[in-house]
Write a protein that binds this ligand. Structure first.
Ligand SMILES: [Cu+2]
Length: 294
């Protein structure tokens, strides 16, 4: 089953909190049984902080590596690439550009070089050395959505690692204050069961209805969550309902997740960041409807 945000759920029905219907998925059986991976290469081979490079990501089929893998447009792009530093203090969401050679390329810019057109869609910059992760998010034609995690090692002086232990449910960005409201579930977020997180938005002390947001890549908002230890990845699209954003997602594993919510107003993309704690769930769907506090 999947909900309109494209996330998959084990059970049919609707969300017990906001009653959003979960729709059955249409999948091409042969394409969905294939195993995909993303081949990665770069020029130069060793990336270096603050130095220019071209990085190539190529979707491949396991056992049939020579085959071309056509991708479907998902949220206006064929491939979404999430880049994070290993400590998850740094985040970028860009869109590799298709090349005639079959790979999808991004450019790492040199220190001081300016991004094309304010912020190039396929450009990033590694300011510090160290370990990074790339998540290539794409959907082969007729197949299931894929997320391939690729480790990147950047030469150069590393930044001081940030440790995330405390939850951060309120985020201020560009004059907006966003609050993740998980109080209604009583005991916070748990793994293994679909969770509903309403997000309220304020600007200058007044509530802002996310329905007024411009569409950014076909959605009112995009939320990426990555677990700090195992780098478990969740990409979801909150819907704008009743003056708030509604996140519906299932965390496969418990842990501490960093979250980045992106939305657009007046032509500018804003990124609000969060830290979310997810406790080990009982894998019991009944728990979700428990509105009792402690
Ligand atoms: Cu994207």
């Amino acid at each position: 089953m999947n909900c309109e945000d494209g996330k998959t759920y084990d059970e049919p029905g609707s969300c017990p909190v906001c009653n959003m219907d979960l729709e059955p998925m249409e999948i091409d059986e042969s394409a969905s049984s294939m195993k995909y991976f993303t081949q990665y290469s770069s020029k130069p081979e060793q990336l270096e902080a603050g130095k220019e490079a071209v990085m190539s990501f190529t979707p491949k089929i396991e056992g049939d590596e020579a085959a071309a893998v056509p991708l479907e447009l998902v949220h206006e792009k064929k491939m979404h690439l999430i880049l994070v530093s290993d400590d998850l203090s740094w985040f970028d969401h860009i869109h590799p550009e298709y090349q005639a050679t079959g790979n999808y390329d991004i450019k790492a810019l040199a220190k001081g070089a300016s991004f094309a057109k304010g912020r190039g869609l396929n450009e990033t910059r590694f300011e510090a050395g160290g370990k990074y992760w790339a998540f290539a998010d794409f959907k082969p034609s007729g197949g299931l959505n894929q997320v391939n995690k690729i480790e990147l090692n950047i030469a150069g002086t590393p930044a001081k690692a940030v440790k995330y232990s405390q939850a951060k449910m309120i985020s201020a960005v560009d004059g907006y204050t966003l609050t993740l409201e998980t109080g209604h579930t009583g005991n916070g977020l748990v793994s293994g069961v679909q969770q509903h997180i309403p997000i309220s938005i304020q600007q200058g002390g007044k509530a802002v209805d996310p329905a007024s947001f411009e569409n950014y890549l076909g959605e009112k908002a995009h939320l990426v969550l990555i677990e700090v230890e195992n780098k478990e990845y969740v990409h979801t699209h909150p819907s704008a309902t009743g003056g708030k954003l509604d996140v519906h997602t299932t965390f496969a594993k418990p842990g501490t997740y960093r979250g980045w919510l992106q939305f657009q107003t007046n032509g500018v993309v804003h990124t609000a960041d969060f830290v979310v704690k997810v406790a080990e769930g009982q894998h019991n769907a009944e728990e979700h409807s428990d509105h009792q506090g402690h």
